[in-house]
Each structure stands twice: as structure tokens, then as C-alpha cells.
Design a protein around this ligand. Structure first.
Ligand SMILES: [Zn+2]
Length: 134
């Protein structure tokens, strides 16, 4: 369910695709598969792009996840308190439940955004069929 056309950052980020070729998947399982929701592949199976670019590469993704969850909490608080007229307790109960449900999505989006900041789309690697590992 990627948004945008292949070759755009939006496609790679929302489709959890390799930032280089937009063909291989970043994660080992589907987002709805709860077996290993946080496990990333080591390399792209299409172009060989390494996903762990350096040790501790995804530490920075925590800031992206913080921003995404803060944005969700602020927007949700405004909607609950101002527009729906809920109490503070009701609003926070709903928002905490929502964050628990969306935790895997936020985690994956944060990592996908983070790697897309540093790695850019390469048309030539997208066409290449054989995987080059390391
Ligand atoms: Zn790739």
C-alpha cells in the first residue's frame, strides 16, 4: 500500500521498500504478521543495498518515531478534547490504545524515513536483477 510512484521517497517510505531500488522489502515480514514485526533484512534482495549502514544507524530513527508519536498525540488530544468534547482521561485512554495499536507502524515508518534521508533512489540499480551482497 505504498503511496506515490516508484522512484519517489513517499513510495519507498510508505511501502517499506529499499531506498536504492524500490524493489526489495526493508522488513522480513508483512506489517500485519506479528511473528517478527521489528526484524529488518540485512541487505536488499534485489540490489544488495545494506540496510544497517553503520553500527547503531537506526538510533536516529528514535527521533523520527518521537516526532510521529508526538504529532499523533497532539492532534489526537486536540480532536478529543476540543472537537469531540471528551474528558482528559477518556482522550488519553483512547490515544494510548491507539499508540499501542500503531506502535509497529510508527516503528517501521521511522526506520523507513531514516534510511531514506541517507540513501537515494538509483534508476540503474532498480533495473539490475542479480543481487550483489557485500
Ligand atoms: Zn534494493
Amino acid at each position: 500500500m505504498a503511496i506515490g510512484k516508484k522512484g519517489t521517497k513517499a513510495y519507498s517510505i510508505t511501502g517499506f521498500k529499499c531506498p536504492t531500488c524500490h524493489e526489495g522489502d526493508l522488513f522480513k515480514t508483512n506489517i500485519l504478521d506479528m511473528k517478527a514485526p521489528f526484524d529488518m533484512k540485512d541487505n536488499c534482495e534485489h540490489c544488495g543495498q545494506r540496510y544497517m549502514i553503520e553500527p547503531g544507524f537506526y538510533w536516529g530513527a528514535m527521533y523520527i518515531a518521537y516526532g510521529l508519536s508526538s504529532g499523533l498525540m497532539l492532534t489526537g488530544s486536540a480532536i478529543g478534547l476540543i472537537f469531540l468534547g471528551w474528558s482528559v482521561n477518556q482522550t488519553f485512554a483512547v490515544l494510548i490504545a491507539l499508540l499501542l495499536v500503531l506502535y509497529v507502524l510508527i516503528f517501521r515508518l521511522a526506520r523507513s524515513i531514516w534510511i531514506n534521508i541517507y540513501v537515494h533512489y538509483d534508476k540503474n540499480k532498480a533495473k539490475k536483477k542479480e543481487a550483489v551482497i557485500n
